[in-house]
Design a protein around this ligand. Sequence first.
Ligand SMILES: [Zn+2]
Ligand SMILES: [Zn+2]
Length: 348
Amino acid sequence: MKALVYNGSGSPSWETIPDPAIESSTDVIVRVDTTTICGTDLHILKGDVPAVQPGTVLGHEAIGTVVEVGSGVSTLSIGDRVIVSCITSCGACQFCRKQMPSHCQAFGATGWVLGNLINGTQAEYVRLPYGQTSTYRLPEGMFDAQALFLSDIFPTGFEMGVRYGRVQPGDVVAVVGVGPVGLAAVATAGLYGASKVIAIGRTRPRIDKAMVMGATHAVSTMDANWMDTVLNLTDGLGVDVAIEAVGVPETLDQAFRIVRPGGHVANAGVHGKSFSLPINDLWIQNITFTTGLVDTVTIPILIDLIKAGRIHPEVMGTHHFRMDSMLDAYSVFEDASQHNCLKTVITR
Ligand SMILES: [Zn+2]
Ligand SMILES: [Zn+2]
């Protein structure tokens, strides 16, 4: 089969490798029908994720069709169409049983296994360990691009941003960063009754997209007075919940600067650098701070919300490619702002 292979650092290659085969009784082999590229894949290419070995197929998001099942798989059959979770869950370890498969013990320290510790989804086929507890059935009538971003981005914004941020009815919520994860937080903050959802970003097209996806206000940090604008929207008090969705110290600092006493800062961005927590200012303000890797346990809720027409994840799919143009998809995504690209939709 063809697959997108990480070569150590620099450019990946689209090359022929052996088809995956069942290795364990709980394995499922899925034909990848639709996949996408994540910001995390770009981090891997830059060498920021040393656990990824050269030769690994990248990708942890997909919609696919089951083509083979191990002898221990009872709830999936050949031909079933599934949403592949970016988190592999054994369903039995202490963390999986606590609805926290991000720390599934089956492979050691993390449930993020696909395109990290083993071959991932940017390929014609993928082997999914613990396939029946790491996939969700694609509902009849739902098209791939509607559900594709439920593999990772939408649950990340919803779980790490909105749920960890404990958004309550009436809250003013700010989302710092309007890339895919930030937009997913914007799109789901209203579900808990936020009175205002302030999208804070830099570039215009993305801030405008936030308004389409559910933001009530859009603020650009290119404007020198952006913080005053945010404070004016909250009677000068600051926001109840500030969700950080970029993953750099600068935006995390912005989130801490706009939150009111008693408020929450929820980190949903992928951070590669340490950050000096201003604890001397925070303790006296009763601020709580949460971090986390997505569990994807909200995928069933998000499926129901798509069915009900409450969320529309497909609007994030701005650029479409065929799988044999995978390298073109990478070059567009690597230069996403130049191309006004949010997420790619890559079909076989
Ligand atoms: Zn991802
Ligand atoms: Zn587990």
